[in-house]
Design a binder for this molecule. Sequence first.
Ligand SMILES: [Zn+2]
Length: 107
Amino acid sequence: MIPQEAAEAAEARIRSMLLRVESGGDALGIAVAAVEAAAPFLRAQALAEVAPLIHSLTDRDYCSFDHHGGCQAHGYLDLQPGETCPQQEAKEFVKAHGVKDDDASKD
Ligand SMILES: [Zn+2]
């Protein structure tokens, strides 16, 4: 979740930039700067929304690799030795983005 104060500060900054357009400023340059100011917050918001969804799609079982490197548990049989199973990547993604997991077997 985006801290409310940070989101409000970004919005105030963007509104201030847009007021400069009304004052005859460089509209394109100001619009680009506004988008750049908003981008980190939009990204954080998107991650906050998608991380729980990815969490709900992860499988509880641990990976189980065959001698070719494929994950038998999740059906990713074409993995090469050293490649990571997408299920493991998904679990690491949700953990990195602060999704609380009440089921430790997903780790
Ligand atoms: Zn796997």
